[in-house]
Design a protein around this ligand. Structure first.
Ligand code: URA
Length: 437
């Protein structure tokens, strides 16, 4: 008979005290087994959201989440007789953040091996799995044997976490629909439990800062990055982080299929400069962390090897791949356009407003397990700093269900400004945090 019960654990946190280690171990295990109800975990998550957690509590909560499932190990795998350079990246969540899609093939083409446990959309931010599943036939439900085969054969697998950190799978889905996403302890433990369990040897974190990030201020984002880097070190996962700007959306496309289309542009050697810059910066960090010196990630975008790697990845995961994939992706079918009210310059585009608009168009969930719309999304025709003429299109919105346009337009209202001058551009990469700092 356990000495804990859910109301007692909730009450401890509700009243602002630290949870004892044994209470954390018990509640994570009991929730994973179904012995704590969703409504009880929801109340505990809200108490954590409001009261926070100490550093030792976060460490214990993360370890309990890792222990809720299996921990993969690929150190026995070889390619050309050599151990794999196992390295991954994870973002803390942004708007238009499709970076994983071009980044993984770049790293594959440079000789890395990426075991990526990826997530679905969370709150106003998109999820890699929801985006990739807009490719006809693509599956992220990979058996362990297939992950191993892909890693040693083609150098990557992007998969739903499944039996890795199953506590996170349940808590993540609950946070998405209970307004408990924007919490440092919950983000840090969610990201790191999956990444510790997935079998990478090195990890690069893209920690977002700004209106479209879960944590808005630079100080909060720094604290999050530091917490995650330290959690990685405690579990033998060499972790480093970039702090990157998320005050405006990344690229011109936000949504599911539309972001895959934009990623294909990057893989073809084009695409928006900010998406290319961040892809290459993260690739350089991953290659360095994996000990792969002397390879130029930019070359893989120029010579087509990253595109070939993406084709191999999509094909291995059941996707219907050919050179015309972008034309077959399900964008739309209903569209609405917002036009410029006056001549001027695009002064600002708020990432949060765009993220919420795209969520309203059907790209994210408001109920657990809800089907997302592959076709939902938005195109930004004029980015910050670009000149605007009265009457020209600024944004095109896409959905499968046109009644969603009205609430989506309401989210965008006030979220962008055409003015006389644009504010000076913010640097995309703000800082770099390593375990030695
Ligand atoms: N990514 C995750 O895996 N979890 C979070 O909480 C946020 C981003």
């Amino acid at each position: 008979m356990s000495s804990f019960d859910a109301p007692t654990v909730i009450r401890i946190k509700r009243d602002g005290a630290a949870l004892p280690d044994a209470a954390i171990d018990w509640v994570i295990d009991a929730y994973t087994r179904g012995a704590v109800a969703d409504e009880q975990m929801s109340a505990l998550l809200m108490a954590i959201f409001l009261r926070g957690m100490t550093t030792p509590e976060i460490a214990r909560w993360t370890a309990a989440m890792v222990n809720s499932g299996e921990r993969l190990d690929f150190t026995d795998l070889r390619r050309d007789g050599k151990p794999l350079a196992l390295v991954d990246k994870h973002s803390t969540g942004g708007v238009g953040d499709k970076i994983t899609i071009p980044l993984v093939p770049v790293v594959m083409a440079c000789g890395g091996a990426v075991p990526q446990a990826a997530g679905r959309g969370l709150g106003h931010t998109g999820g890699t799995l929801d985006k990739l599943e807009s490719i006809p036939g693509f599956t992220a439900e990979l058996p362990k044997g297939q992950i191993r085969q892909q890693l040693s054969g083609i150098g990557a697998a992007i998969f739903a976490a499944g039996e890795l950190a199953p506590a996170d799978r349940k808590i993540y889905a609950l946070r998405d629909v209970t307004a408990t996403t924007e919490s440092l302890p919950l983000i840090a433990s969610s990201v790191m439990s999956k990444k510790i369990a997935e079998g990478a040897r090195a990890l690069v974190l893209d920690t977002k800062v700004g209106s479209g990030a879960f944590l808005k201020t630079e100080q909060e984002a720094r604290d999050l990055a530091r917490t995650m880097v330290d959690l990685g070190a405690e579990h033998g996962l060499a972790t480093r982080a970039l702090l990157t700007d998320m005050s405006a959306p990344l690229g011109r496309a936000v949504g599911n299929a539309v972001e895959v289309v934009e990623s294909l542009e990057v893989l073809a050697g084009g695409g928006p400069p900010d998406v290319v810059e961040l892809t290459l910066a993260l690739a350089a960090e991953m290659l360095d962390a994996a000990g792969l010196d002397g390879v130029d990630p930019a070359q893989t975008l120029r010579d087509g090897s990253a595109m070939d790697a993406f084709g191999a990845l999509v094909t291995a995961q059941g996707g219907d791949w050919d050179a015309k994939l972008a034309e077959r992706l399900p964008v739309g079918p209903h569209t609405e356009t917002i036009t410029a009210p006056r001549d001027g310059t695009m002064e600002s585009i708020d990432a949060m407003a765009v993220g919420l608009a795209v969520w309203r168009l059907g790209a994210g969930r408001s109920l657990p397990g809800e089907r997302v719309q592959s076709g939902a999304g938005l195109h930004i025709h004029r980015r910050i700093g670009e000149p605007v003429s009265a009457g020209e299109p600024l944004f095109t919105l896409y959905t499968e269900t046109p009644e969603r346009f009205e609430p989506a337009m309401a989210e965008l209202d006030g979220g962008w400004v055409v003015g006389a001058t644009a504010s000076p551009p913010r640097p995309l990469i703000i800082d770099r945090i390593t375990s030695g700092d």
